[in-house]
Design a protein around this ligand. Structure first.
Ligand code: TRP
Ligand code: ZN
Length: 849
């Protein structure tokens, strides 16, 4: 049978489990279709718990036997787990079950990927391995024996015994079951070492399938840097003698922080200059850091229940952003994070999938690994840090690690630590965790005598979760510029707590130009009527790099929304402003490349919707093309100069400096390509000796309607490299024009390399379709229909990835009646599919409600 459906789960219903677990001994007898799992658990009644119901989760398990203290018992088994009469004192529980990893296509629990065994237990996958209290507040020490004739047998913790056909692992750190991991296969290791600051010598390994061993060096270096950084910045040391990372081809997400045995999507580990782009390298560095940082924020201190997911994810995303800022460029990282937040989290918060950073109910927890929990969760921590200051933050974090090490905690615990460490009352701040929706901030200014006043008003759209939103604490970083562009008021932090609030600056001799929300100091939508001249002034003079970029971004957004709404020719203000930025050699190339990146078409659609206009995807596409043509024409000289100047002549290295120059060169190429008959792109394609330059050139050729032979050539060159083949699939859909997107996607689904059960390949094709705004939103509904067809097919084998991808429909109500009709029909068709998963049922239900 399919997944069990226990209905809605509520935060307010939390109760501790009736038993404590003193130890867990797991024995795996591996076999592709009949792996035996013998589980021995030391239970003891939990004195803190009133309810002593003995319920163990278990799904899709073939029950063989159960004993209590050696005596056979007959538990009552349902689709969700088992109950049994148990003694009122300590007892040893033992079960034997059988599972079928080879037929596990959901990639949750124990499954097989290309001949290797692997696990994914977060959030609730351990119950597909054995009967267990599968909840994060039940922590225990695990000992694992793996019997199998594969050369590499791995689990959490330290290896305590090994011999032909078996290995035994012991993890001394108590942990919840979601951090359990097992890997077995014919794997090769890329070894490394790290000595911690107190002198512990740690063995590091990255395990990959044969053929991939030459793509591990970068990830190993990233791991060593992460370990050092966490010691230097947070004082956190690694706590085992070995740290293993394994790369797996079939994986639902980026990676998983299992204690001492991180498991990674191979796309988040493997890289060589020839096969990976600069962005791939940067993402790998960030994900390695993220999973490593979880060792303290997630593993040593974990979550009491899944409603507290942001406790570990928001904090760990915040930490990995800090790491990337330190390793690379802080302003560039900040801008990239805000682009991502606006691109993924703002739409979520503005639509039917909106939920608080700490949700209060769910049907399927896998549906809550969202941009809101992760990215907005990280923004909330960034605000907290700004409000209490760097010292306050450092004291609070020390107290957090001190007080809660070894515990399963809540957001209340987290905020209490900050209150205790800094003396600050955070009761109002806590609303950031409980209210959904993006606050909209409007501003009025006045200047009289030498007093300058800024008056802010905040407003949050009511959602079903928060029907009556209250004012939130908003840290607003502000600076003031004088008429000649000098900074007359350096960045100062205003703390807004009321619905409407004024802040005054005295001794301001002339009307200043304000630079508001510097560094994007709060995840709000700043809605301020600003003249084109003022934006251009900020673009030229703002000393805050984020707001300088933001000025250009806002200008481009306004020009595009106006162009899409009226169809009128676009004025050249933005292109003019850009020319100055492009010529400014004092600016980091990576930063200038971000200046050249125009707001995406879905961002324009969202802006139109927010302003009360129904977005027309074709009009947005046309405006966007027009602006690109205009920039290419007006800034051609600057772009051509940059294209030459930014050529990297040293041997390829994936560092921030080189990556920045390549990014700017490729950004220039995309514009020049509109004027030079794709001459440069063709030359760049043939000369490229790394994937960054090769793929960018191919993208330009496809965008220009060329590149047929290069596309074939690329396929021939890379058909043996699955991660590169993903790029080959993706780029064709991304670069297709609005008429070509759906037919191209449909054709690619017929390709013999379209291994649709592999999440990376499925995402390469359908993630790109969803990202091709005008193509996906084709007026005849063909984009919606094609995606729905495949989501229905995928849901039957992998509900988790299918449900994540169906969020592509979340903005469907923003469009015109015809599109709404088409989208609704597809959502209803999905909803009516027999045996639809719980994951999909919840997602589609929320989007239709
Ligand atoms: N904890 C993981 C992370 O953020 C997320 C994750 C990986 C995950 N795989 C998963 C969550 C599968 C749910 C299901 O690093
Ligand atoms: Zn995480």
């Amino acid at each position: 049978m399919r997944d069990a459906a226990p209905g809605k789960i509520f935060l307010k219903d939390y109760k501790p489990f009736g038993y404590l677990v003193d130890f867990v001994h797991l024995t795996f007898d591996l076999s592709p279709h009949a792996t035996r799992v013998t589980t021995k658990i030391g239970f003891r009644p939990n004195p803190e718990a009133e309810d002593k119901t003995f319920f163990l989760h278990g799904e899709h398990l073939k029950f063989i036997s159960a004993t209590i203290d050696g005596m056979p018992v007959t538990p009552l088994i349902t689709a969700e787990g088992l109950t049994c009469h148990v003694p009122p004192h300590d007892f040893v529980w033992e079960t034997v079950v059988e599972i079928d990893p080879a037929n596990n296509t959901a990639l949750e629990g124990l499954y097989m990927s290309k001949g290797m065994y692997s696990t994914q237990c977060e959030a609730e996958g351990f119950r597909k391995i054995t009967f267990y209290p599968d909840r994060p507040d039940v922590m225990s020490v695990f000992t694992v024996r793996i019997n199998g004739d594969l050369p590499v047998l791995l689990s959490n913790g330290n290896k305590v015994a090994t011999g032909p056909g078996f290995a035994e692992w012991h993890d001394p750190w108590p942990k919840p079951a979601y951090l359990f991991a097992l890997v077995a296969g014919e794997l090769i290791n890329h070894p490394g070492r790290f000595t911690t600051k107190s002198g512990r010598d740690v063995e590091l390994n990255i395990w990959v399938r044969p053929g991939d061993e030459d793509k591990c060096a970068f990830a190993m270096e990233a791991l060593r840097k992460s370990m050092k950084w966490d010691e230097d910045v947070y004082g956190r040391e690694y706590d085992l003698d070995i740290f293993n990372i394994v790369a797996v081809d079939d994986f639902n997400m980026g990676a998983m922080e299992n204690k001492g045995l991180n498991i990674f999507n191979s796309s988040a580990v493997l890289a060589s200059p020839e096969t990976a782009t600069d962005l791939n390298f940067e993402r790998i560095e960030a994900i390695i850091a993220h999973e490593y940082f979880h060792n303290w924020t997630g593993n040593r201190i974990t979550c009491r229940d899944w409603f507290q997911l942001c406790l570990k994810e928001g904090l760990t995303v915040f930490r990995d952003s800090q790491f990337t800022s330190d390793m690379r460029s802080a302003p560039v990282k900040r801008i990239a994070d805000v682009i991502d937040l606006r691109g993924r989290q703002f739409p979520e918060d503005a639509g039917p999938l909106a939920h608080p950073v700490r949700p209060e109910s769910y049907e399927e927890i896998n549906n809550f690994y969202t941009a809101t929990v992760y990215e907005k969760g990280a923004e909330v921590i960034g605000m907290l840090k700004r409000l209490v200051g760097d010292d306050g933050y450092a004291r609070a974090l020390d107290l957090y690690f001190d007080r809660h090490d070894g515990q399963a905690c809540t957001i209340e615990d987290w905020l209490t630590v900050f209150q205790d460490a800094t003396g600050r009352d955070l009761s109002q701040f806590k609303r950031w965790y409980s209210q959904a929706g993006t606050p909209r901030l409007t501003v009025e200014e006045s200047w009289e005598g030498d007093r300058y006043t800024l008056t802010f008003t905040q407003e949050t759209r009511p959602t079903p979760h928060s029907p009556d939103p209250k004012p939130q604490v908003i840290p607003i970083a502000v600076g003031l510029l004088g008429p000649n562009g000098d900074e007359i008021q350096p960045t100062t932090l205003l703390e807004m707590t009321d619905a409407t609030q004024s802040f005054t600056f005295d001794g301001i001799p002339s009307k200043p130009v304000p630079s508001i929300l510097r560094g994007f100091s709060a995840p709000v939508a700043l809605d301020r009527k600003v003249s084109r001249e003022e934006r251009a002034f900020l673009l030229a003079h703002d000393t805050d790099p984020f707001n300088r970029w933001e000025a250009g971004r806002a200008l481009a957004r306004e020009i595009l929304t106006e162009g899409a709404r009226t169809g009128a020719p676009l004025d050249g203000d933005f292109a003019e402003g850009l020319r100055n930025v492009l010529r400014d050699d004092s600016l980091d190339p990576a930063y200038r490349a971000l200046m050249l990146a125009l707001p995406g078409q879905s961002e324009i659609a969202a802006a139109l919707h927010a302003a009360g206009t129904v977005p027309d995807p074709m009009a947005i596409w046309t405006a966007s093309e027009t602006l690109k043509d205009q920039i290419a024409r007006l800034a051609e000289a600057e772009l051509a100069t940059l294209y030459e100047e930014m050529q990297v002549r040293e041997p390829y290295a994936p560092n921030a400096d080189q990556a920045g120059r390549r990014a700017l060169r490729n950004a220039a190429l995309a514009f020049l390509n509109r004027r030079d008959g794709a001459m440069r792109a063709r030359a760049q394609y043939s000369a490229a000796d790394n994937m960054t330059m090769q793929l960018a050139a191919l993208g330009c050729l496809l965008a220009a309607g060329n590149g047929v032979s290069e596309l074939e050539d690329f396929y021939d060159q890379w058909q043996g490299e699955r991660l590169v083949l993903d790029k080959w699939f993706a780029i064709q859909v991304m670069q297709a024009d609005p008429w070509g997107a759906v037919p191209t996607t449909a054709r690619l689904t017929q390709h013999s390399d379209f291994m649709w059960q592999n999440p990376n390949r499925f995402r390469a094709v359908f993630g790109s379709l969803a990202g091709n705004h005008a193509g996906f939103h084709a007026a005849d509904g063909a984009g919606y229909r094609l995606l729905a067809d495949w989501l229905i097919r995928l849901d039957a084998v992998n509900p988790q990835t299918a449900a994540r991808m169906c969020a592509a429909f979340q903005t469907w109500r923003h469009y015109d009646a015809g599109r709404q009709l088409n989208a609704r029909a597809e959502l209803e068709r999905i909803a009516a599919t027999p045996d639809l998963s719980r994951d999909m049922t919840e997602m589609v239900g929320r989007m239709l409600s």
